[in-house]
Design a protein around this ligand. Structure first.
Ligand code: ATP
Length: 374
């Protein structure tokens, strides 16, 4: 991670963008440090591409819509080519009349890289995106599949080794195996060359795997910004808890403060969660709890230091690496527990639908959520 005293490469200060009457980006703030792998993550239409285009200079903020800064300089009125960055577009934007090799070489030629150096760099870039040069180098973009075009677009951006690289869903058209390989390749480049990456994706796993930090966007705003483990372990709102991984949501009332914990009363019984500031005893609360944190034991058993509630198994879903056991609690709420797959053909899960059991979890694993913004 970059040290916190360095000056940010990128800064958004209260940036807003409106199309007609539609707010695509609402007053967002963030900073990106030199060499960071920073992802904008969120569902379709939440404003990720617009944010990236504001950074690249293909959109300008609203007249009173804040500032975009690159290396400390306000760039609101700067053209894209004045910003010293490269962007890989969701639509690829290849030159249709140039061969694959010429598409990739284009940026090097423009930057007046020595002619003798170009073929070697093009060859390396093609290798990096797993496109055999003898097979694809001379082809026109129209003679490529979507995934191959996407890799040419990526190679074209990577070949110039820009200090700042903006990528809009750059691996979306690739199959899973190739996508995983390219993820590692990009991450490696980020670390080896110190390129600052701003990466747009709607794929939470991709963002968690690759990013130093993630801004989760929801409805034109940043819902949460942090390191992958902060966002996964401590989702702040129901939206984030739902969008990143899977979560249980338990509804209750803050009944008491017990040391560092709140006691939450629910229809299923009381349990504890870490206390948070700004929430009063008596108020309603939604608690998020990851399925993999929930343990299952025979009735009345389970770690006495843990929260424990009785329940009945109502559903079991086999998911390969684990099994989701859905347990109905008194009062009707359903809690999902992820049980490790110990080899279903050899050591089948000990629970079946209808079993009564105890669900338990460490009180530190539940989180009181803030409300989603209106
Ligand atoms: P996706 O993952 O589908 O690409 P996104 O999060 O990148 O989505 P944006 O492309 O930033 O979303 O769009 C945000 C919202 O702004 C969408 O509702 C979109 O329809 C709207 N929008 C974007 N560009 C324009 C435009 N030029 N004119 C009008 N509305 C626009």
């Amino acid at each position: 991670m970059p040290d916190s005293t360095s000056r940010p490469v990128i800064e958004f200060r209260g940036v807003s963008k409106t199309f007609g009457a539609f707010k695509a980006v609402r007053s967002i703030d963030f900073q990106i440090e030199e060499g960071e792998f920073f992802s904008l993550l969120g569902p379709s239409g939440c404003g990720k591409t617009t944010t990236l285009r504001l950074l690249a200079g293909f959109e300008t903020p609203d007249p009173d819509g804040g500032e975009v800064r690159i290396r400390g300089q306000v760039v609101n009125d700067k053209r894209p080519y004045e910003r010293d960055l490269s962007m890989v577009f969701q639509s690829y934007a290849l030159f249709p009349h140039l061969s694959v090799e010429r598409n990739i070489a284009f940026g090097l030629e423009q930057r007046k890289v020595a002619k003798a150096e170009i073929p070697d760099r093009v060859a390396k870039a093609m290798e990096m995106v797993r496109l055999p040069q003898d097979q694809f180098g001379g082809r026109a973009p129209s003679a490529l599949s979507g995934g191959q075009r996407q890799r040419v677009a990526l190679a074209r951006a990577l070949v110039v080794e820009p200090p700042l690289l903006l990528l809009d869903e750059p691996l979306g058209a690739l199959d899973l195996k190739l996508r995983k390989e390219m993820q590692l390749e990009l991450k490696e480049l980020n670390k080896r060359l110190g390129i600052t990456f701003v990466y747009v994706t709607h794929d939470q796993e991709e963002a968690l795997t690759m990013s130093d930090r993630i801004a989760v966007m929801d409805n034109a705003r940043i819902a949460q910004l942090g390191r992958p483990e902060e966002i996964y372990e401590h989702p702040r709102t129901p939206f984030v808890a739902r969008f990143i991984g899977e979560s249980n949501f338990l509804e209750g009332r803050i009944a008491a403060v017990e040391g560092e914990l709140f006691r939450i009363d629910t229809a299923a019984g009381p349990f504890q969660v870490p206390a948070v500031s700004g929430r009063a005893v008596g108020g309603a609360a939604t608690i998020a709890l990851r399925p993999e944190r929930v343990q299952l034991s025979p009735p009345g058993q389970g770690d006495p230091a843990f929260n424990r509630l009785p329940g009945t198994v109502v559903h079991i879903v086999y998911r390969g690496e684990n099994l989701h056991v859905r347990v109905q609690l008194p009062g009707g709420a359903i809690l999902t527990a992820a049980a490790r797959n110990e080899g279903q053909l050899r050591v089948p899960l000990r629970w079946t639908v209808g079993d009564e059991l105890t669900v338990s979890w460490n009180p530190l694993d539940g989180h009181v959520l803030e409300d989603d913004p209106a």
